[in-house]
Each structure stands twice: as C-alpha cells, then as structure tokens.
Design a protein around this ligand. Structure first.
Ligand code: HPA
Length: 236
C-alpha cells in the first residue's frame, strides 16, 4: 500500500487537508465527534471521526508545497478509497478587494511547479481545476454562513520567499486572486485519478499593495474556524 500513511488506516470518503499537522489535530479535537488518530508517520497526523451531523469525515495534514501534498493526496485517492479531498489553507491576496480574513475558493490553479509535467500531454499546457460540484456547494454554504467569499483562479507557488516580487503586480493585473502552495498538485492528482478536489483558503496576508491591518490572533482563529466549518459542511 503506502509508505507514508499507516497501512491499516481507515479514511472517510471525504478528507480535509490543512498543511499543518497541528491544525489537523486542532480540527479533530474541536470539530469532530469520536475522532480517532488513524495515522501518524513523519508527524503527519490523520484522524477519522464524524461531523456533528453524524457524517463520517477525515482530516489529515498535507505538509507544505506541491511535492508533499502530491504524495499524500495520491496515496489517499489511490490506496484508501478517498473520493473527495478539500484542502483548507491560508493564502496571500493579490487583489485589493480580497481582504485579510476573506475566503477564497480556487477554481483553477496555475503554478511554477514542475509537478504536472510527468502527467501531462506533450505540447499541451494543461489547466488543472477544482471539482465544480464541490465548488458550487462550498460557495452556496459560504453565502449561507455570511462569509465574505471570492471564487476564481489561484496561484500555487513553489517559492514562499520570492527574490523578485514583480510577479505580484503581474498577477494582480491579470486578476489572479491569491497565492498558496498546494492546490496545483492536488487538482492534478484528482484529475489523473478521476476523483474530486477543492482548495479553500483564508487570506492571511496581502500582496496587493494595500495597507491592511493584520488580524489579531483571536480574529485569525475565528476566521480559520469559519473556514473549517465551511469545509466540514461539504461532508457527503
Ligand atoms: N505565499 C505563498 N503561500 C502563502 C502565502 C504567500 O504569501 N500566504 C499564505 N500562504
């Protein structure tokens, strides 16, 4: 089976994937009922339990970047019967109207990552995208929860620290909503393996040139909790 996830681990059809292992534990401890740890290899914690409405759901960390989420999402989809992976992370905003604390649903993921090349059709520049049914449900649920939500293209960067930040202005000009580091590999795997994926992000910082006041740690946690509840509402 898998060298990165415990072989006897049981996962629900839907897995939420934060980047941070401690965030996975936080969600299991605070939002799931009867959560059991099902894997913990290399500190990548995974849990399976139920939502408060009684639907089975799992949460497992992805680590950071395309190679890391590429490995874990491939194994979950291929070897553990997982059908839906919802990445839940933070992102930097390129747009002035996409403000710190807002939710972004990534329709498509562009990237400077080489992750897709091995899987792609020669001479064709493929454009990985999310699953429409998951995006629609997430958008409707976000609206019902009164969250400030944006839906559009996102950028999965291999570099958190960019020497040349002129890319921010270019991305702003073409209407790219935000930057994170994992959606591209997740969407490619879902595509390749005929599964469903979605990336939902809370904006943690602004690269739009606007002077935004940073969220207090309490405000930040409240915003993240809203995103966790939104992701949990997508359980089948
Ligand atoms: N860059 C890349 N990933 C991120 C950022 C960023 O500025 N903020 C949150 N995730």
């Amino acid at each position: 089976m898998s060298v990165h996830i415990a072989n006897d681990a049981h996962f629900a059809k839907t897995v939420l994937m934060p980047g941070d292992p401690l965030r996975a534990k936080f969600i299991a401890d605070n939002f799931l009922v009867d959560a059991k740890e099902v894997t913990n290899i290399r500190g990548i914690h995974g849990y399976t339990g139920k939502t408060k409405e009684g639907k089975e759901i799992s949460v497992m960390a992805s680590g950071m970047g395309c190679p890391s989420i590429g490995i874990y999402s491939y194994e979950l989809f291929s070897f553990y019967g997982v059908e839906n992976i919802i990445r839940i992370g933070t992102a930097g905003s390129f747009q002035k109207n996409v403000r710190v604390g807002d939710v972004v649903i990534g329709l498509s993921a562009s990237s400077n990552s080489g992750y897709g090349e091995q899987l792609m059709v020669k001479d064709v520049k493929m454009s990985p995208c999310c699953d429409f049914s998951l995006a629609l449900k997430a958008y409707e649920n976000a609206k019902n929860m009164n969250l400030k939500v944006h839906v559009g293209p996102i950028y999965s960067s291999d570099c958190f620290y960019n020497v040349d930040d002129s890319i921010n202005e270019k991305m702003r000009n073409i209407g790219m909503l935000a930057v994170e580091m994992e959606a591209y590999a997740l969407y490619i795997n879902a595509w390749l393996l005929h599964k469903k994926a979605l990336c939902i992000c809370t904006i943690s910082d602004s690269l739009s040139g606007s002077n935004e006041v940073e969220l207090t740690s309490e405000e930040r946690q409240t915003k993240l909790n809203d995103m966790f509840k939104l992701a949990l509402s997508l359980a089948d």
